[in-house]
Design a binder for this molecule. Structure first.
Ligand SMILES: [Ca+2]
Ligand SMILES: [Ca+2]
Length: 147
């Protein structure tokens, strides 16, 4: 009897934890489709070394916790003609949070420039495997897989 109860408790713990696990999805691919060709002040992303930005992606949740950062593998001089460009974060995100995709231009001597910031609501992926997020006319398509 005691063994059976222990077994039942174990089953409950397993069910509960597997249910918690299903609240996560995997960010498989982020395809940047377009970004502003120039800065808000009308100048090029870079003054030296060509006008195009050196792009990397940071994904963080609304508490500021970073789940992905590709700065060390930035894409040098990415022009709009090179788009779409794919990032493969392979990062888990939770249905219970909101996330931000921030595309930056890496700069050596000044603070990196924010190019595009997209808000992602994971629960919008219920029943679909990809979705387009946009800021104005600039978009990225996000592909998810089950976790
Ligand atoms: Ca710059
Ligand atoms: Ca740069």
């Amino acid at each position: 009897m005691r063994g059976q109860i222990s077994f039942l408790i174990l089953c409950c713990v397993f069910l509960f934890s597997s249910n918690a696990y299903s609240q996560l999805i995997n960010l498989a691919e982020i395809q940047l489709k377009s970004y502003p060709g120039i800065k808000k002040d009308g100048r090029n992303w870079d003054t030296w070394g060509g006008p195009h930005p050196d792009v990397y992606l940071i994904i963080s949740d609304s508490n500021g916790e970073v789940v992905y950062n590709s700065r060390r593998n930035y894409v040098k001089n990415l022009s709009n003609e090179d788009l779409p460009h794919s990032f493969y974060p392979n990062s888990s995100i939770s249905f219970t949070r909101i996330y931000y995709l921030e595309f930056y231009d890496l700069d050596d001597n000044t603070e990196d420039d924010l190019i595009l910031r997209l808000r992602v609501i994971p629960s919008e992926f219920k029943g679909v495997t990809n979705k387009i997020f946009h800021e104005g006319r600039h978009t990225a398509t996000v592909y998810v897989t089950p976790k």
